[in-house]
Design a protein around this ligand. Sequence first.
Ligand code: FAD
Length: 332
Amino acid sequence: MNFIEDYPFSELSSLRTTETASFFCELSDINQIDEIISFSNEKNLPILIIGEGTNIVPTKTFQGLVVFNKLLGIKEIDKMTIEVASGENWHDFVEWTLRHKMFGLENLALIPGTVGAGPIQNIGAYGSEISSFIKKITCFDLKTGSIKVLYANECGFGYRTSIFKDCSDYIILSVTFQFKTDPKINYSYGSLEDEIYNNNINEDNLTHGDIFDLVSKIRKKALPDYKEFPNVGSFFKNVVLTKEEFSKLDITEEIPVYLEGDDIKISAAFLIEKFGWKGYREGNVGISDQHALVLVTYEETPGDEILKFANKIINQIFSMTGIKLEIEPTLI
Ligand SMILES: Cc1cc2nc3c(=O)[nH]c(=O)nc-3n(C[C@H](O)[C@H](O)[C@H](O)COP(=O)(O)OP(=O)(O)OC[C@H]3O[C@@H](n4cnc5c(N)ncnc54)[C@H](O)[C@@H]3O)c2cc1C
């Protein structure tokens, strides 16, 4: 295997930061894992597995071994159960499911990244989340040096989170998806409903393929292209509070809230826009003028500058509302 020293994250991350990793290698076969572990043990380096780098923010030199996931393959276990190697591209897999008449993932079209990174923050969009379709996840457990299978109910899935989110013990090797024989079309999400209404589409005739097309169309309009304006999608999570937590806030501003089960959800995009950050730029970092949740960089930028800018937003909104925004991508 080829272990490359001093590797730039600008080649690995959609946000294009100036940081580097001490070592880099590619993983294209699970039989290479032994060699990767021997190398990291020999040099006493932690391992960081990454996919397409669309949800990481390198904030300093990573004194470790970055492993770039190139594990490929799609296996049909039975008619409705599919095991997908973790390095497959997510959007290509969503297209594959539709071609093979397996439905449900169409609301998650065009989310960048790999299949294996999907469960990390339980990717979600347009009223759907990957966790609803996961049967089990096969991992390599770096602590025990053995393969471990985790069923969906063991993965701690929640809003943009899972047991994998702040834990580097597992390399996800494959994700097994379970599709339903009577899949429902899900168009309850506000902007999806609006798009259907504005295009005079008859809801009774909607197909899963239509949802795929509509979601793709909305995303292309709403989100800046990360290849032109480096970004990691939503930089901040929406805020979910219990009713009790919410009642303790001393909010003097008009802030719309949404009920989510027993909890109260506050739109982070609304807060960022309300306090004047949308379209604001400071040096090489800013908030997109297209979408208030998307932090963009204009040149290769040190990760700590990105973090400083994000913290300015978090602190200002906290001082005005008592609401603390949380950063969504993984900080490295
Ligand atoms: C324009 C844009 C739009 C986006 N829209 C959405 C959206 O709508 N919804 C949403 O949820 N996300 C969205 N994202 C975020 C991102 O696409 C997802 O989080 C995606 O799953 C990241 O995949 P990746 O392969 O790039 O992961 P990476 O950025 O490479 O890694 C992300 C994290 O996962 C870990 N990881 C990656 N692969 C593995 C593995 N095999 N085993 C263990 N850990 C692993 C990494 O160590 C890291 O902590 C968007 C990003 C962009 C740039």
